[in-house]
Design a protein around this ligand. Structure first.
Ligand code: UP5
Ligand code: MG
Length: 197
């Protein structure tokens, strides 16, 4: 059996909301496998011989969403190879995906429905500060004023509607992402306990 029997949580929130930071906590304490769509795209961009490298580079710098066929394939491959290595590992955090309605529908139809979406709610000004601060050392091509503005715009126009869609279905667990990481994580744990995790 493959990814269709996996337990999947989507982890969403604006750029710099703290998705990656909190996923690391959940991997440690709940034995999830963490798959960041952005990390997978950045790795594919660097992979010698990738036919998508240049395209991905441009999309990320511009804060645009890479065509879903590419991202879904990367996620599905990563899930499959995780399960192949260890058949008992079937809990996945899918971080930073889906960020567009068509991706959400296609993934849940073709791969597996998510149990719920963990949503990190954070004001833009806070996210901006975090990203500019990280940009001093991250080397990420999109941690600069200009790209950050574009990422925020894409988030509001394209990605928030996905969260709102899941919210209408009662499938969103919302966490206040403003406090320090340890406090945010306490809230995550409390909400997970309430959902039987
Ligand atoms: N930090 C974290 N939590 C903090 C807290 N509570 N208090 C104070 N500081 C906190 O954190 C960001 C920074 O803030 C770090 O320095 C951290 O220490 C600090 P992090 O945990 O990295 O936040 P995260 O939400 O993961 O931010 P990230 O920058 O990764 O979010 P994005 O969603 O913008 O990036 P992602 O890698 O997911 O996507 C990048 C691009 O890839 C997208 O813009 C898009 O072009 C492309 N993409 C697609 O095309 N399709 C996809 O499906 C996914 C991505
Ligand atoms: Mg991240």
């Amino acid at each position: 059996t493959g990814p269709d029997s996996a337990l999947v949580l989507f982890v969403l929130g604006g750029p710099g909301a703290g998705k990656g930071t909190q996923c690391a906590n959940l991997v440690r304490d709940y034995a999830f496998t963490h798959l960041s769509a952005g990390d997978l795209l950045r790795a594919e961009q660097e992979r010698p011989g990738s036919e998508f490298g240049e395209m991905i580079k441009t999309y990320i710098k511009e804060g645009q969403i890479v065509p879903m066929e590419v991202t879904i394939q990367l996620l599905e491959n990563a899930m499959k190879s995780t399960i192949e290595k260890d058949d008992s590992q079937r809990k996945f955090l899918i971080d930073g995906f889906p960020r567009k309605m068509d991706q959400a529908v296609a993934f849940e139809e073709k791969v597996v429905p998510s149990k719920f979406t963990l949503f990190f709610d954070c004001p833009e000004e806070t996210m901006r500060e975090r990203l500019l601060n990280r940009g001093k050392t991250s080397g990420r091509a999109d941690d600069n004023e200009e790209s950050i503005k574009k990422r925020f715009r894409t988030f509001v126009e394209t990605s928030m509607p996905v969260v709102e869609h899941f919210e209408k279905e009662g499938r969103v667990v919302k966490v206040d992402a403003r406090p320090e990481p340890a406090v945010v994580y306490e809230d995550v744990k409390k909400q997970f306990a309430g959902r039987g995790l």
